[in-house]
Design a protein around this ligand. Structure first.
Ligand SMILES: Cc1ncc(COP(=O)(O)O)c(C=O)c1O
Length: 390
């Protein structure tokens, strides 16, 4: 989506942010005030090197785990001789309580990736169709392929890289058999949301023989009021949703491999059969519990991401770089130069950006680092403009 096409909300947020810079504070002015406030407790910034680059290529959370989670994980290592099932129930219950469902509605997984895999494997059958947007996280498609699902329908994206809901609906309606719809909201790699009203209406219409795999890995970063989690629908008893979640993003636990699934108890039972029991490790589960309880860290994580996003958007606006409005911890940036050149110039500057995401060949996915890192990236982009590299 072109910058000028961005929804008003995006523009308003940008203006609000610009207002915070009253007094003519430039990009660098921002870096000291906003950055210092949002980065309490984070590692101090040192300029990147080839050995220690700014890693904004994999949608990781740059803050590191909650200090409380780190402490608990370290302390739990000494209990590594014990099976972890004494605490899995605790995490499962905490999550269930939050959604207002019973623990039987919740399955803990080794990251959302295992949840996606288990769901596809549980639903796979020779006549099943997987319906996916043409540009989205690829785990569902990859798992379907190795599980004998031959009918994979990829629905082209809209012009602005939004998900074509009507196209997905048509793919389901036109197929004479069961469908799995894999729906990432907000989507990766675009960062765009699909409107909750539309998504919910489709799910509630209960298309025959259709299961919705709703992947909300990035939901907590969304600030567009048109986005809503489908969590409350599960509480209300809707039975055609499998909700996939992760501790990798907001909670900064990608390396610990913890995720969860919410669905009906019957569906959770089917998914459980596709997971290894006790696959999660003790320190990771304890860290997840501590993270879940660490509300100040959660707020800090969200705030830091928002500040980082604003820093990058400010330089995009300054340089008239177009992008897809982001509701995630990354931004899909439109390039005027070949992606390979952009990646290389960034790499030479000590910054690793995202890979190619065909068919969006003119775009680069830039994950959001710390505000300090994004200030460095912003300065680098200003420098690139002088050299004609962006
Ligand atoms: C949409 C989406 N779902 C799931 C995942 C995987 O998350 P996890 O680390 O929990 O396996 C990612 C990772 O980037 C993702 O983008």
């Amino acid at each position: 989506m072109a910058k000028s096409d961005a929804p008003n909300i995006q523009r308003r947020q940008f203006l609000k942010f610009s207002g915070a810079l009253a007094g003519g504070a430039a990009l660098t002015g921002l870096s000291s005030a906003a950055v210092a406030k949002s980065s309490e407790g984070s590692k101090s910034f040192t300029p990147p090197t080839a050995d220690n680059p700014i890693r904004i290529c994999w949608n990781e959370n740059p803050l590191g785990m909650s200090p409380k989670a780190q402490e608990v994980a370290r302390a739990t290592v000494v209990e590594g001789n014990r099976y972890p099932f004494v605490v899995t129930g605790q995490l499962q219950k905490m999550i269930a309580d939050d959604y207002g469902v019973s623990p039987e509605h919740v399955l803990l997984t080794a990251g959302a990736t295992e949840g996606i895999r288990a769901a596809i494997e549980a639903l796979a059958a020779p006549d099943v169709q997987l319906v996916v947007p043409a540009l989205t996280f690829d785990a569902a498609e990859e798992t379907a392929k190795v599980n004998g699902i031959t009918k994979i329908t990829k629905v082209p994206m809209q012009k602005d890289w939004g998900i074509d809901l009507a196209g997905l609906k048509k793919a389901v309606a036109d197929y004479n058999g069961p469908s799995i719809v894999y729906f990432v909201n907000p989507n990766n790699p675009t960062g765009a949301i699909s409107k909750a009203d539309d998504v919910e209406a489709w799910i509630k219409s209960k298309p025959a023989n259709t299961m919705f795999l709703m992947d909300e890995a990035y939901a907590e970063f969304a600030d567009d009021p048109n986005f809503r989690s489908v969590g409350p629908m599960l509480k209300a008893g809707v039975d055609n949703i499998i909700l996939l979640k992760t501790f990798s993003k907001l909670f900064a636990m990608a390396g610990m491999r913890v995720g969860w699934v919410v669905a009906t108890p019957e569906m959770i039972g089917k998914l459980r059969e596709k997971t290894a029991s006790n696959a999660l490790n003790f320190p990771a589960i304890k860290a997840a519990i501590a993270s879940w309880e660490d509300k100040p860290f959660i707020a800090y994580s969200r705030q830091s991401n928002e500040t980082a996003r604003k820093i990058l958007l400010e330089v995009f606006h300054k340089l008239d770089i177009k992008y897809v409005p982001s509701n995630t911890n990354f931004i899909f940036q439109k390039l005027d130069v070949p992606l390979k050149d952009y990646q290389q110039h960034m790499k030479d500057a000590g910054i690793l950006v995202g890979r190619a995401f065909p068919p969006a060949d003119e775009y680069c996915r830039v994950s959001l680092g710390t505000p300090e890192e994004m200030t460095f990236v912003a300065k680098t982009l200003l420098d690139f403009r002088k050299k004609g590299w962006v």
